[in-house]
Design a binder for this molecule. Structure first.
Ligand code: HSE
Length: 420
């Protein structure tokens, strides 16, 4: 008898074979179909696909498709609803109904999640079925499951990175290849990276939605997307690009959140980055997430953040996780208490504007420098994030955070922090 025969065998996890009902057959839905077909050993098959438009040519047998949500939601044979549609409100209705009907859910809809995460958390508890959404935050980067499992007891102090593929693609093309902004955006749309309403990308809403989801798994707080400030890349001018090139900077749209005492701060804004910055080299539709933890310190995850197959692969990983009954436990929610979200920050920024006297030195908490070139004025200094947010909504004003910008709680919040 060989020695190995006496070694006790680890018990096998029994993987279920899952039947999937898919909502949506656009960029990500088709990507999922492809990665599912190409992945041997996955114990899941698509039983039905619900789509909106009749008469559209589709590459699969007509029998697979339905136009009635009930054909999936009321089918007792379907175990998992995979929600990959565009409309956030309709997506939430599908998720809710799927849970009520005893089905697990996989979704990549960041807007829907950001708007309803707390309710989705409660619905999971109420109906005892999981909702997984790895594909919703930074496409193929496995960040949610890492925050939940690997960092389950770690003291995370911050999370930041490039959370939107389209804007990173556009910035790469206009910066490195000197494409026009319009051409680069069109290409991002053609490649299936951009949202159907691309203002969600370029105005920084999409990375904000992802940040809201990431904050729940990093710090255990549910926040409303409307409470988080987002400044986009849509007002970045040729002069900003020239300034960046002349000073050896890149420009990145950065989503960030960090914890300070009992506050969580978070926002999205473009920033000049030096060549040695870890995000400088992240190009095209790649995303990056840098996690800051008390003991492991900085760790950087990089991967494709948009596109059919990369996002499809994250959705597939969630489906696979359901074959062994994985669910998020929202561990931080039970570990951290009394954390409050705040955007009362003072940040260091470059503010450009074309209309004279639009912005005054006195608007800054600490004015550092100012100059004028080619009909544009620049002011650099420390200013409140809320003021920057208000300026960012006005035509003719551009905002980019300074390289290594210092972020400090505003006087108001400092007071609150010391009083608390
Ligand atoms: N429009 C999104 C992006 C798609 O460009 O990152 C992936 O979430």
């Amino acid at each position: 008898m060989s020695l190995t025969n006496n070694v006790p065998q680890a018990p096998h996890t029994v993987h279920k074979h899952l039947k999937l009902g898919l909502f949506g057959f656009g960029c990500v839905g088709q990507g999922l179909y492809h990665v599912l077909e190409e992945t041997p050993g996955i114990k899941a098959e698509i039983k039905r696909i619900c789509v909106k438009h009749r008469g559209k040519a589709r590459p699969l047998s007509e029998d697979l498709f339905t136009f009635e949500a009930a054909d999936i939601l009321n089918d007792p044979d379907i175990d998992v609803v995979v929600e990959l549609i565009d409309d956030a409100d309709a997506a939430f209705a599908i998720v809710k109904s799927a849970l009520e009907n005893g089905k697990a859910v996989v979704t990549a809809n960041k807007k829907m999640l950001a708007e309803h995460l707390e309710e989705i958390y409660r619905l999971q508890q109420q109906y005892g079925k999981p909702v997984l959404y790895e594909g919703s935050v930074c496409g193929s980067i496995p960040i949610i499951r890492n925050l939940e499992e690997y960092y389950d007891n770690d003291l995370l102090t911050g999370i930041e990175g490039i959370f939107n593929g389209s804007t990173n693609y556009i910035l790469t093309k206009v910066f490195d290849e000197r494409s026009s902004y319009a051409e680069a955006l069109k290409k991002a749309q053609e490649l299936g990276f951009a949202e159907s309403d691309p203002s969600l990308d370029v105005k920084g809403f999409d990375p904000k939605f992802k940040l809201v989801v990431a904050i729940a798994h990093t710090f255990g707080v549910f926040i409303k997307p409307e409470d988080v400030i987002n400044i986009g890349i849509d007002r970045i001018s040729d002069l900003d690009l020239k300034f960046a090139r002349e000073n050896g900077y890149g420009i990145k749209l950065i989503a960030r959140a960090f914890k300070l005492e009992n506050r969580v701060y978070g926002f999205v804004a473009p920033q000049f980055v030096e060549t040695i910055h870890p995000l400088y080299a992240v190009r095209n539709e790649y995303n990056a997430v840098q996690v800051q933890s008390a003991f492991a310190e900085q760790q950087l995850f990089v991967g494709k953040g948009a596109g059919s197959y990369p996002t499809g692969s994250a959705v597939l990983s969630d489906i696979s996780a359901l074959t062994y009954d994985y669910r998020y436990e929202y561990k931080k929610l039970h570990q951290l208490h009394d954390l409050q979200f705040s955007n009362k920050l003072t940040v260091e920024a470059f503010v450009s504007f074309t209309e004279a006297n639009k912005i005054a030195i006195s608007d800054f908490e600490e004015f550092q420098s100012g100059y004028a070139a080619n009909g544009t004025q620049y002011m650099v200094g420390k200013v409140s994030l809320e003021k920057l947010a208000a300026w960012s909504k006005q035509d003719g004003i551009g905002i980019i955070l300074a390289p290594n910008a210092k972020l400090t709680p505003s006087r108001q919040d400092k007071k609150a922090l010391t009083v608390a």
